[in-house]
Design a protein around this ligand. Structure first.
Ligand code: MN3
Length: 385
């Protein structure tokens, strides 16, 4: 039986690499649904190649172009955010890959879990914002959440077959393009510098998050929920080569790691094929090409985002939601050249200090926190101009 897959965010970096994986394994996987927010031209091309049952374009203004271009096919075309949130409930879908960016992934993921679809989770913000609600729902509905994020996929792979508790996990971080920059140099970093990641090829949001280390902060929170850990069971270590994708330490002192060349197609493919592995022609790792695998402590002084994330995880409630919303606005403003590289962390710090804490938030509280923090952060950014 082929597994039928819905890709939310098919035109982004994860989405297109997922389609590569599916195109290479036509006897294993079928595309059932593709969705995109704005990039209708790429969505049309993908739809004509993969002939899904349905496509959704988030931005309703682009609906006529998609409808028109697919009029000679049987593909159903829908538009709008609500349609994305609903289409995941379609009977014929087995797996939903959540590859959209940011907070927008939350409601579609909740609906997919309630409809008992296996979740291949690439949208880490969903777990950052509302990890308590998502994990509770996945337990209630007996729905597996399989991580696509390379670090979490590594840990997930290390845990296969293990029945004993985790002592701690060690998330590896490349350190990003500015690992060796001084504070003075960080002050002068441009948008183009920040978009140039040394090891991984990713979308712009996650690339900036990697440069500021916020990505690792979000991943610490993501790991807490995926693997049911306490904050002090999650370590972060800088590993510039990005070959060890993360590690698990057990109570007998043994450490397991997952290694490979940095290539997102592997964790994507594993999430689709779990519990099996599929033969691939991805490039193989050679130890002699990497005679040195190095490690160092992350520097919280130059990259305070890691601390903001850890503090918000310890504080709990809507704190990670505040952190995430402030960060999404800070990154967007940096990409639009409204604030500088170092000001991103400054703005996030101010936004956190001015936000309203809710200890046990509902989904509505999360939605409201997200909305209000975005407004607050934009006001803070205005003070910089
Ligand atoms: Mn990652």
């Amino acid at each position: 039986m082929k597994r039928k897959i819905a890709i939310l965010g098919s035109t982004g970096s994860i989405g297109t690499q997922a389609l590569d994986v599916i195109a290479s394994n036509p006897d294993l996987f079928d595309i059932e649904v593709l969705t995109a927010y704005n990039s209708y031209e790429i969505l049309i091309k993908q739809a004509l190649q993969f002939l899904p049952n349905a496509v959704v374009i988030g931005n309703k203004e682009n609906y006529p172009f998609v409808k028109d271009a697919l009029s000679s096919t049987d593909i159903k075309v829908y538009a709008g955010f609500d349609a994305i949130a609903q289409i995941v409930e379609m009977d014929t879908i087995d797996i939903v890959l959540t590859a959209m960016v940011g907070f927008s992934g939350l409601i579609p993921t909740i609906n997919a879990i309630k409809a008992k679809k296996t979740i291949a989770l690439a949208n880490k913000e969903t777990l950052v914002v509302a990890g308590d609600i998502i994990t509770e729902l996945s337990l209630q509905n007996n729905v597996p959440i399989i991580p696509v994020d390379s670090e979490h996929s590594a840990i997930f792979q290390c845990l296969v077959g293990e029945k004993s508790p985790i002592e701690k996990i060690i998330l590896t971080a490349s350190g990003g393009p500015f690992r060796k920059h001084t504070l003075e140099q960080l002050r002068l970093v441009t948008c183009a510098d920040a978009l140039n990641h040394p090891n991984w090829c990713m979308g712009s949001k996650v690339t900036i998050d990697s440069a500021t280390m916020m990505n690792k902060g979000l991943e610490v929170i993501e790991a807490k929920w995926l693997f049911n850990l306490k904050p002090n069971q999650i370590d972060v270590i800088i590993h510039p080569q990005s070959i060890i994708h993360s590690l698990v330490q057990f109570e007998d002192s043994s450490i397991k790691a997952q290694l490979g060349l940095p290539d997102m197609r592997l964790p994507i493919q594993y999430a689709f094929s779990f519990p099996y592995r599929i033969k691939s022609d991805f490039p193989r790792f050679s130890f002699t090409d990497y005679p040195i695998l190095a490690f160092e402590e992350p520097d919280i002084k130059r990259f305070p985002n890691l601390n903001f994330a850890r503090e918000s995880l310890i504080k709990g409630g809507n704190s990670p939601c505040i952190l995430n919303a402030a960060n999404e606005i800070a990154v967007e403003s940096f990409l639009n050249e409204k604030i500088s590289f170092l000001q991103m962390s400054e703005v996030i710090g101010v936004a956190i200090s001015r936000s309203f804490f809710i200890p046990k938030p509902s989904i509505e509280d999360y939605t409201l926190t997200d909305k209000e923090t975005r407004i607050l952060t934009k006001e803070i950014i205005k003070e910089y101009q």
